[in-house]
Unconditional design. Structure first.
Ligand SMILES: Cc1ncc(COP(=O)(O)O)c(C=O)c1O
Length: 431
């Protein structure tokens, strides 16, 4: 197990140096820590399990490329994510294409690109594949299971939901599939929810999958070679010991897995658990103020850059671990005993980075670095709201002599140009 679940602590000097070269806010990814983490996850999950990385957690090409070294494939949920994975060098046969909304065009493009496993989430997705004659696809049915994840998790199954096909509707699907023998049912997919904290829920998912597999009519079951149990392993924002105990998974699930025939590929798809602890979000304190008895630090990045800070998208209010890096020079305001709220730049009280934080000797110009921000970062945020520039993503690793830019930030210009503004005129206004 990794000793230090959060990697940000070692980086104070580096972050200060980077700030001399790049505009804040930015993300910093420790790519060596990411490699170690994927190796560690690989070593801990049962040997039989195939591992897919869920690109939605962070679709940056550079992260996908590194994760794909230790994982079997990438779970993608849009044409954009397919493109990211393919451009990262992952062969299309190593992708599994999920998602509650796929247009006919998405489905046709995925087939053309060479994606073979498609997770169908609604009856019309099956009908479109049939209509388009895409017999090269191996169909995987996403089932809305009966199993419920714990109360502290975000549920995406076991209740009415837009995801997957109800278990009770499978008989109708089987009838439909029999009318088109060229269509190949190759497996099932269950994703019950995210932030699952215990292995017993995973065991319950595996057991329900076993029931679904056993209930499949014989003529269809012979083709089944892929069962995807989802994942949703938790990684709490504050690195508390309630992260998913992957080290104990084998003992809990090995016997249940041994029940599946050997030719059937078994898989987990993991996002947050892989990347969350490898990313640090760095922002600058622009303004300190005191209002009606409470201290406020207003920063240059908040939920426009990282949605995990917002109260709406968080089901549990916890502060991310925060490293205070004093400015090298400052002539701004100073609060000796700051204790209050760290907020972002948006015009909404929801834009809260941390609540009730004690930060002794806080000055305007200081940097705050928040750990465990590697998952559901920029691409899960609302970067266009208020039209601030989006943060860059910067990677460090021993392979790089220098920190490398993993994603540049040009969205303000891009957005204005996309609205028809002249590039030179935009450059003149923003210079
Ligand atoms: C179908 C599916 N697979 C995988 C994931 C990744 O979940 P997590 O980041 O919790 O591992 C999600 C997240 O919403 C999902 O919807």
């Amino acid at each position: 197990m990794l000793d230090n679940q959060s990697v940000f602590g070692q980086f104070a000097t580096l972050i200060s140096d980077l700030y001399q070269r790049y505009e804040l806010p930015f993300y910093l990814f420790d790519l060596d820590a990411l490699d170690k983490r994927t190796e560690w996850v690989r070593a801990n999950v049962p040997a039989r399990m195939h591992l897919y990385y869920s690109a939605k957690a962070n679709p940056n090409l550079h992260l996908i490329r590194r994760i794909a070294v230790n994982f079997d494939g990438i779970e993608v949920a849009s044409l954009g994510e397919i493109a990211a994975a393919v451009l990262a060098g992952v062969a299309p046969e190593r992708l599994v294409f999920v998602g509650p909304m796929k247009t006919k065009q998405d489905i046709a493009a995925a087939a053309r690109i060479g994606v073979r496993r498609i997770v169908v989430e609604s009856i019309n997705q099956i009908q479109w594949i049939k209509m388009l004659g895409l017999t090269e696809f191996k169909l995987v049915l996403r089932v809305n299971p009966d199993v419920k994840v714990g109360s502290s998790s975000i549920k995406m199954g076991g209740q009415p939901t837009q995801f997957g096909i109800d278990r009770s509707a499978l008989t109708t699907i089987y009838k439909d599939l029999r009318t088109a023998p060229e269509m190949r049912l190759s497996g099932y997919h269950i994703y019950a929810g995210t932030q699952i904290e215990n292995t017993e829920v995973t065991l319950a998912i595996i057991q329900e999958m076993r029931e679904i597999y056993d209930e499949t009519p014989d003529d269809l079951r012979t083709n089944i070679d892929f069962l995807d149990f989802g994942g949703g392993f938790s990684f709490p924002v504050d690195s508390s010991p309630t992260h998913y105990p992957v080290e104990t998974l084998r003992g809990v699930v090995d016997a249940a897995l041994a029940d599946f025939p050997e030719h059937v590929m078994l898989a987990f798809e993991l996002g947050r658990f892989v990347v969350a602890p490898t990313g640090v979000f760095c922002t600058r304190v622009e303004t300190l103020k005191h209002s009606k008895g409470r201290d406020f630090a207003i920063c240059d990045g908040g939920m426009n850059a990282f949605s995990g800070f917002s109260t709406q998208s968080r089901f549990k209010r916890q502060n991310f671990p925060c490293l205070h890096i004093p400015a090298r020079r400052t002539d701004g305001h100073h609060i000796a005993e700051f204790c209050g709220d760290v907020v972002g730049p948006l015009c909404t009280p929801a834009d809260m980075l941390a609540s009730g934080l004690a930060l002794p000797n806080l000055s305007e110009g200081d940097i705050l670095a928040f750990g465990n921000c590697g998952a559901y970062g920029l691409t899960h945020a609302m970067p266009l709201f208020l039209s601030h520039e989006a943060p860059m993503e910067i990677g460090i690793s021993n392979d790089f002599a220098e920190p490398a830019i993993l994603r540049n930030s040009t969205q303000v210009v891009d957005s204005l140009v996309a609205q028809g503004a002249d590039l030179a005129a935009v450059a003149e206004v923003l210079r």
